[in-house]
Design a binder for this molecule. Structure first.
Ligand code: NAD
Ligand code: GDD
Length: 338
């Protein structure tokens, strides 16, 4: 039995990861600034510490002596509606950088055996993601750096921070770049939700014969990885000798309108997509449409080579499971707009 800490375990991926680590027989401590909204704490950990990891004193307490592994998933983050509007840039950079600065140092002080850091595909240069059909997200393409968001710049800084602690203080680290992870027990409303949850919520809540909004012209591309596959990949990276940074994502690229249509088809309703962007979006919401990069897809060649891991299920399968969950939590079995 290992003793592990999941920072950000009150969140979406951290909650799933902690649950799996506990199921596998490990002793699990979580720290998060909020309780988990959808998991009973007893399901995912032995100890849940409610604390703010931007505070070094809290991090000193949370990363105790004798822990084998720390999984660092705590971050001030959200989907396009949170990180691409520009309105949260200072908080995102300040809060997440402070967490990582505290954690890297304390992990060395407490002689933690291994640290996992969750970086993001948002570190990749904007100029390599202009063609929706042919984005380049190979790990080696990260430099010269040119992320399109401050969120991406903070992630790139923190990757470098953990790698510097690894070189100078022998901190044993693993770094992964997640590509849009989705699934049940994730954020599905409130402004921080990402496209899969947003599309499924809209499909669940829109009455048959209605329409829902999709930001942008819908031709921008992404790939989406189901959360259980993400957890599997994180655990195999931690077991391996490979440090990274390495992509953890799906290579099943879709346009956002295809994603929206998939959500509509799963709902079984007849719903029309209304793309909203440009002046119309600004008039309605008061800020520029947050579309992010034009195209993005995971490139799994490095992970495949180093770890032999493959995504096992198609996007539609994870979307259907997530739809079932969102239908229940949103109460949309009685459509909200009726
Ligand atoms: P999430 O927002 O659900 O989880 C992050 C957790 O960190 C939240 O529960 C939040 O309360 C916690 N947190 C934030 N500030 C804190 C603080 N000061 N002290 C303690 N806890 C704090 O997000 P997620 O989707 O589970 O993402 C987990 C990690 O993976 C994040 O680092 C994120 O940047 C990274 N990531 C996620 C995706 C994705 O698609 N979900 C993609 C790329 C990278
Ligand atoms: N969130 C959201 N909500 N996005 C929408 C919506 C909607 O209702 N309608 C259309 N979109 C479009 C966005 O404008 C964007 O072009 C695309 O769908 C994907 O949006 P998100 O899923 O919110 O984010 P992302 O893929 O651009 O970035 C996410 O993935 C990164 C890793 O790949 C974010 O979660 C980042 O935090 C993460 O690091």
């Amino acid at each position: 039995m290992k003793k592990v800490i999941v920072l950000g375990g009150g969140g979406f991926i951290g909650g799933h990861l902690a649950k799996r680590l506990k199921q596998d027989g490990n002793y699990v401590r979580i720290c998060d600034i909020k309780n988990h909204e959808y998991f009973d704490h007893r399901e995912i950990c032995h100890e849940f510490i409610l604390g703010d990891l931007t505070d070094p004193k809290t991090v000193e307490l949370v990363i105790g002596e004798g822990f084998d592994e720390v999984y660092q998933l705590a971050a001030d983050m959200g989907g396009a509606g949170y990180i691409f509007t520009g309105q949260n840039d200072a908080n995102v950079m300040h809060n997440s950088a402070l967490i990582n600065l505290n954690v890297a140092k304390e992990a060395v002080v407490k002689k933690v055996k291994k640290v996992f850091y969750s970086s993001s595909a948002c570190i990749y240069p904007e100029n390599n993601q202009l063609d929706p059909d042919n984005p380049n997200c190979e790990e080696s393409s990260a430099y010269p750096a040119n992320p399109d968001s401050e969120y991406g710049w903070e992630k790139l800084f923190s990757e470098r921070l953990y790698l510097a602690f690894s070189r100078n203080f022998k901190l044993n680290v693993r770094v992964a770049r997640f590509h849009n992870i989705f699934g049940p027990q994730g954020t599905w409303r409130g402004g921080k939700e990402k496209a899969p949850a947003a599309m499924l919520r809209k499909a669940a809540e829109t009455p048959d014969g209605g329409e829902f909004e999709v930001w942008g012209d819908g031709q921008q591309t992404r790939s989406f990885l189901f959360v259980e596959e993400c957890v599997e990949a994180v655990l195999s990276l931690m077991e391996s000798e490979f440090v990274g940074p390495v992509n953890i994502g799906s290579e099943e690229k879709v346009t956002i309108n295809q994603l929206a249509q998939m959500a509509i088809d799963i709902s079984g309703k007849n719903i029309t997509i209304k793309n909203i962007y440009g002046e119309e979006f600004i008039q309605k919401y008061g800020f520029k449409c947050p579309t992010g990069v034009r195209g993005r897809n995971s490139d799994n060649r490095l992970f495949r080579k180093e770890l032999g891991w493959e995504v096992s299920a198609p996007l539609a399968e994870g979307m259907a499971k997530t739809f079932d969950w969102i239908s229940v939590v949103s109460g949309a079995e009685q459509p909200a707009y009726v």
